[in-house]
Design a protein around this ligand. Sequence first.
Ligand code: 5GP
Ligand code: MN
Length: 342
Amino acid sequence: MNKIVEEIRVLLSSPQNIVITHHYNADADALGSSLALFHYLVSRGHKCSVVSPNSMPDFLQWMPAAYKVLKFDDQKNEVVKAIDKAKIIFCLDFNNFSRTKGLAPYLQKSSAKKILIDHHLNPEKTFDIGISKPSKSSTCEIIYDLINDLDDNGMIHIDIAQCLYAGAMTDTGNFRFSNTTSSVHLMVADLIKKGLNPSLVSQAIFDNYQENRLRFLGYILTDKMLLFPEYHSAIIAVSQEELNRYKINNGETEGIVNYPLSIKNIIFSAFISERDNEIRMSFRSKGDFNVNLFARNYFNGGGHLNASGGRSEESIADTIKNIKEALIDNKKILKQCYLDLQ
Ligand code: 5GP
Ligand code: MN
């Protein structure tokens, strides 16, 4: 018997006040895993609130019960009340409290049992109970495993299935990235048997943009993509003015970082965007080039082997310069990783 699962089984054996939270700028895995767990716990008779550090992008609003999510940035009182009442806080899809930004101090000082469920590398050791599985495709898959380990596979209904599928589909890049395991495919097979329609979830996420987002994509791929063939790398940087010009909302730049990786010789891609006086960076790679280490070593960030992110305090121009310098530092490794893929 897995000791952690047994501990969770005992904690959930009587009705509890529970908060479920996830990282800032929730993606489909953060929100999908939270709502899947929410539906499961509510079905088991618990009182549950999902708390998000900030508002979610429009393309995630379709998720069953998304409208119930409390947002710290505009419902601070409700969020603080929910945390005060909570006996258990599930922390999903992040490994370090700072990833929840303004919510972090409230979570940290709460006396609730804090349970981490996550698949990022290098988790902080400040959680009471930790399920950290970097080998898993997504936090959604770990939630699925947990429900199974609690002997409740039969409780997985269509709403849970849609949420779990959304996170697994997006975190594996539509089942293309190196985290696409047999276990995630087995999960999907089971969800389909339970009535999931994968194409409906895919359409809800990927075919729901306005015209401006596609025009923006055309613009940046034509005019803004910098290629550095000598480092097998690409950088795209967009300013606040450009985001405003194309009316690009928070979350709508998601996935753009992957496009340069479709070029044969490119194995590293960086996407830099400026929003609210902050520079955010997304890194992606193919093969063995470790962008978790890259983000940690140079930009105080982190993530996974092939997908990571970080922040920069400097201007866009200086940030590009810093990335270029980091690429120069990594020139030999980049070359080797590129050759290993040939
Ligand atoms: P994205 O580029 O999609 O925002 O993030 C890629 C991955 O890296 C995600 O799994 C995300 O959780 C992680 N990540 C993004 N930014 C940071 C950061 O600043 N610190 C850490 N530790 N992880 C990050
Ligand atoms: Mn994730």
